[in-house]
Design a binder for this molecule. Structure first.
Ligand code: KG4
Ligand code: ZN
Length: 337
């Protein structure tokens, strides 16, 4: 079965073709293509929803053609069309949903709406070192920070989550305060390489809360306070503050992940979502998990941020288990929140 996946929830247009066999086999990625709108939004310091929607419209069909060509496939080879149903920007989601459902109607094939976060969560199954169920998942994106116990596809237990900002937001907002532009996470991480993570003593909210929830809003405030204290912020100050901020966020994510592993007794951790690309997070997690004989799995770096492959994959894994919510009448809705 060939599943075409379309992702358009935010500022990346992603299309992919995945082949799914029986449930015992992990679906195979045949081809994927991605267009990032980062350059377009950079001038505005963040994503402009209307511009995002218009650019998805421009990109989605050329990307679909490219994916089919790269896979050596025809439109008629597609058995199911999957699209990101939410969460995300309403207008942006509607582009992917509209195209997927039109394609499904034209080809006479069913369509499947996919939860964007399930896509992120399952994306490590496309890596060279795929996980096995059950595992603890640390889901860290621009909008979400969650710890979950995952027993199988669609069998998720929320263990803890952020009570305010997401980890990605903490990176992005701190970066913005430091004037690092958009997207802030990668920019802050790059600058942090030149800084001293011990230079600033930043708070670790909820570190000792005794539960698995996160809080990052206070961190952003602390970054603002530090910046105000420094009369003239030199480049080294900025690098030190970037490194200190990254260290605080990463330490919170690592400590709570370890607590979740301890609480569940599981020996496997899956990290997914854009912040999962952070090198310091991977370094600290790898070191701490190695000490505890815990195996850590990540998506391939190219599949850490939004992409169509994870959407096709999530649909494929649900189809393999007979639990995909397929629609054959090609009406659709999106779920932005
Ligand atoms: O998963 P994602 O691509 O989109 C959402 O679904 O939100 O995650 C985007 C988030 C942004 O906040 C971005 O700054 C952050 O992931 N991010 C990073 C890195 N790469 C992306 N944060 C820290 N370090 C990185 N290397
Ligand atoms: Zn995402």
């Amino acid at each position: 079965m060939n599943i075409l996946g379309v992702e358009s929830s935010c500022d990346e247009t992603g299309v992919a073709l995945v082949r799914a066999g029986p449930k015992q086999q992990i679906p195979e990625l045949r081809a994927h293509a991605l267009h990032s709108q980062i350059d377009m939004h950079q001038a505005y310091g963040g994503v402009v929803p209307e511009l995002a929607s218009r650019d998805h419209i421009r990109r989605v069909l050329p990307l679909t053609r490219q994916v089919l060509a790269d896979a050596g496939a025809q439109l008629s080879d597609i058995d199911v069309v999957a699209f990101t149903q939410g969460p995300g920007l309403a207008g942006a989601l509607l582009v992917g949903a509209g195209v997927a459902c039109s394609l499904g109607a034209a080809l006479g094939k069913p369509v499947v709406g996919v939860h964007h976060l399930e896509g992120h969560l399952l994306s490590p199954f496309l890596s060279k070192d795929p996980p096995q169920f059950p595992f603890v998942a640390l889901l860290v994106s621009g909008g979400h920070t969650q710890l979950m116990r995952v027993d199988d596809v669609a069998s998720y237990e929320l263990l803890g989550e952020t009570i305010d900002d997401a980890a990605g937001e903490a990176f992005d907002k701190s970066a913005k305060l430091m004037g690092l532009g958009y997207p802030g996470g990668p920019a802050l991480a790059r600058l942090a390489e030149f800084g001293d993570a011990k230079a600033f003593d930043l708070p670790r909210p909820l570190l000792h809360s005794g539960n698995l929830d996160f809080s990052f809003a206070g961190l952003k405030t602390a970054v603002r306070t530090q910046l105000m204290k420094l009369a003239n912020v030199c480049e080294q100050d900025k690098a030190n503050l970037a490194a200190s901020t990254q260290e605080a966020i990463v330490e919170l994510l690592v400590r709570k992940s370890l607590a979740a592993l301890k609480e569940t007794g599981l020996k496997r951790l899956v990290v997914a979502g854009g912040v999962g690309a952070n090198a310091r997070l991977r370094e600290m997690l790898n070191a701490e998990c190695a000490k505890r004989q815990v195996r850590v799995h990540y998506p391939e770096l190219s599949l850490c941020t939004d992409n169509g492959a994870m959407i096709a994959l999530a649909a494929a894994m649900r189809l393999q288990r007979g639990i995909a919510k397929t629609s054959t009448d090609h009406t659709f809705n999106v779920l932005p929140r």
